[in-house]
Design a protein. Structure first.
Length: 254
């Protein structure tokens, strides 16, 4: 079974520019509660109108006999020209929408209610996003709005599906705080995930998920299980790597 892909280029505020049809290859990766990335290798004479910081690249996928879906949006953050075996090429790349959660600190002092929460973990991270980038965000010290545009950035309603926990986070980066809260919820028995889901034209919805993201497709009890293997034709050139690069033997504290 094969699938077709389309890549659409938009301005940072969602104005369509073009479909990118002439590319050598592309790849993108999304990760649970982490920043994903995309890379496109294309012709070197791509219009410079498409090479601007935070230009959006939408990745659409349509499986054979299925419906086309928007699976990934990337923010253009680098472009470089290079040669590969004498052929000139252009590489484009950047992060996925989760990177938006890493762009602002939680700019509230200790003691302010925006810097302390004691509630269900999933609703806590929604409030943090609302108060720093959403409809409850105020202005910065210079009087500039800290929220993203109201018609481009949304937060789902509260659901109260996770354990209650306390947390202080004054003057910290927001994404690590969200990740820590999700990890604490997992240790307390409820896996918690979050995402900025693209809904097209530079619009994103912040959503939380418990236990599993999407549909369970495992063999043990999933709906229409998916098997990844060479025998099933769903893996090509797989490899297994054991990596100890980040292993630590000693930790000092004091």
């Amino acid at each position: 079974m094969t699938a077709s892909h389309r890549i659409r280029i938009l301005t940072h505020d969602g104005q369509p520019l073009a479909f990118l049809d002439d590319y050598a290859r592309f790849e993108y990766a999304r990760a649970l509660n982490q920043i994903g990335w995309f890379t496109i290798i294309t012709r070197p004479d791509l219009s410079k109108d498409y090479l601007n910081v935070d230009q959006l690249f939408e990745f659409y996928r349509q499986p054979e006999g299925g419906t086309e879906q928007l699976l990934m949006v990337g923010f253009l953050r680098y472009w470089e020209w290079f040669e590969d075996n004498g052929q000139e090429l252009l590489a484009l790349g950047g992060p996925d929408p989760i990177e938006l959660l890493n762009r602002r600190p939680i700019a509230y002092r200790a003691g302010e209610h925006e810097a302390y929460k004691d509630q269900e973990a999933d609703d806590m991270i929604k409030f943090i996003v609302r108060e720093n980038e959403g409809d409850l965000a105020g202005n910065d010290a210079e009087g500039r709005p800290r929220r993203y545009l109201a018609d481009h950035f949304f937060v789902d309603p509260n659901a109260a599906q996770c354990p209650t926990l306390p947390r202080n986070f004054a003057w910290r980066k927001m994404l690590p705080v969200l990740q820590e809260i999700a990890e604490t919820s997992r240790h307390l028995g409820t896996p918690l995930y979050f995402d900025l889901v693209p809904v097209g034209d530079a619009r994103f919805v912040f959503r939380t998920f418990t236990n599993v993201v999407g549909v369970d497709r495992t063999l043990s009890g999933g709906l229409q299980p998916i098997v990844f293997s060479k025998e099933a034709g769903t893996l090509v050139n797989p490899y297994l790597r054991e990596d100890y690069v980040e292993e630590w033997y000693y930790v000092w504290g004091g």
